[in-house]
Design a protein around this ligand. Structure first.
Ligand code: C2E
Ligand code: MG
Ligand code: MG
Ligand code: MG
Length: 278
C-alpha cells in the first residue's frame, strides 16, 4: 500500500509539473504574438523634483493584457521574453513608443524633459543596439539627451567588451544611463568609474525601510553621498510616504519616483497630473 501511495504522489507531482509546463508554454506562445496583436502598451510613472514640485521625467513601464490570461505582470513576462529571445524586438518597440510619446505630449503643449526606458542585458549586448537607437531618435526627432536607459548592476558587472563599447557609443550620442535598483546587486563598484553613468536609482527595498530602520537610513545616506562624490545624480524609487520623501529631501536626494507622487499611468493621465499638480 505504501508503494501505491508513493506512486500516487509521484503521479500527482508529474501532473502538477506537466500543468506548469503547459501553462508556461501557453504563456510563451501568447507572448510571441503579443506585439502583432497589439496587446502591449506603455504606462508612464512621473519622476518628481522635490524642490520645484515638478515632473521632470517619466519612466516607461511595459504592460501586457492578453484576452484570456488578462493582465500579466512584467515581472512574469519580461524574464520569459528574455529567455526566448524576444526582448530585443519588444524592447525596440518600447523605445520607439516612448520617443513617440514625448512628441505626442509636445504637440499637446506638455513637455517632459526626460524619458527613462528599461533595457535588458540582451539588448545592450547586441551589435546593432546603437544603430537601432540612433535610427529611432532620427525617425522621431527626439534629442538624444532626453532619452535615459535604465540598466541593472548585473549588466555592468559582466564587463563584456561589447557592452562597454555600446554604452560608450550611446554616451557619445548623448543618451544618458541610469543604474536601476542600485544597491540590490552584490556588485563591486568599480564599474562606476569605468562606465559612462549619469544617475543612480536607489533600490526600493532601501527606501521601504527609510525612517523606520536605521540600517536603511544609513544605506540610503551612503548612496546619496556616493553619488555626490562621483558627480552622479541620484533618484529614489518606490517612495510611498511623506516621511520617506522628507528624509530624502533632508539628505539631499531631490529626485523621487513612487506611488506617493504617482503610479504608472496612461500618457493622458500623466499630462493631466502635470497640469493640475499632485
Ligand atoms: P523597475 O524598472 O525597477 O520599475 C519599478 C517597479 O516598481 C515598477 O513595477 C513600478 O510600477 C513599481 N513601483 C513604482 N513605484 C512604486 C511604489 O511606490 N511602490 C511599489 N510597491 N511599487 C512601485 P512594474 O511596472 O511591475 O515593473 C517591474 C519591472 O519590470 C521593472 O522594474 C523593470 O525591471 C521591468 N520592466 C518594466 N517594463 C520594462 C521594459 O519595457 N523593458 C524591460 N527590459 N523591462 C521592463
Ligand atoms: Mg526601471
Ligand atoms: Mg527599479
Ligand atoms: Mg525594481
Amino acid at each position: 500500500r505504501a508503494k501505491d501511495q508513493g506512486r500516487n504522489t509521484y503521479r500527482f507531482f508529474e501532473a502538477e509539473m506537466t500543468a506548469r509546463a503547459m501553462q508556461r508554454l501557453h504563456l510563451e506562445t501568447a507572448l510571441r504574438g503579443a506585439l502583432a496583436r497589439n496587446e502591449l502598451e506603455l504606462l508612464y510613472q512621473p519622476q518628481f523634483e522635490l524642490k520645484s514640485g515638478r515632473i521632470f521625467g517619466a519612466e516607461a513601464l511595459l504592460r501586457w493584457t492578453h484576452p484570456e490570461l488578462g493582465k500579466v505582470s512584467p515581472a512574469d513576462f519580461i524574464p520569459i521574453a528574455e529567455e526566448i529571445g524576444l526582448i530585443s524586438e519588444i524592447g525596440g518597440w518600447v523605445l520607439e513608443q516612448a520617443c513617440l510619446q514625448l512628441n505626442a505630449w509636445e504637440r499637446q503643449g506638455f513637455s517632459v524633459k526626460r524619458m527613462a526606458v528599461n533595457v535588458s542585458v540582451q539588448q545592450v549586448e547586441r551589435l546593432d543596439l546603437v544603430d537601432e537607437i540612433n535610427a529611432i531618435l532620427q525617425r522621431t526627432g527626439v534629442a538624444p539627451g532626453r532619452l535615459e536607459l535604465e540598466v541593472t548592476e548585473s549588466l555592468l558587472m559582466r564587463n563584456v567588451e561589447r557592452v562597454v563599447a555600446n554604452l560608450n557609443a550611446l554616451r557619445e550620442l548623448g543618451v544618458t544611463l541610469a543604474i536601476d535598483d542600485f544597491g540590490s546587486g552584490f556588485s563591486s563598484l568599480g564599474y562606476l568609474k569605468r562606465l559612462p553613468i549619469s544617475r543612480l536609482k536607489i533600490d526600493k527595498t532601501f527606501i521601504d525601510g527609510v525612517t523606520v530602520d536605521d540600517n536603511d537610513d544609513a544605506i540610503a545616506r551612503a548612496i546619496i553621498a556616493l553619488g555626490r562624490a562621483l558627480g552622479l545624480d541620484v533618484i529614489a524609487e518606490g517612495v510611498e510616504t511623506q516621511a520617506q520623501a522628507d528624509f530624502l529631501e533632508h539628505e539631499g536626494c531631490h529626485e523621487v519616483q513612487g506611488y506617493l507622487f504617482g503610479r504608472p499611468m496612461p500618457a493622458h493621465a500623466l499630462r493631466q497630473l502635470a497640469a493640475n499638480g499632485r
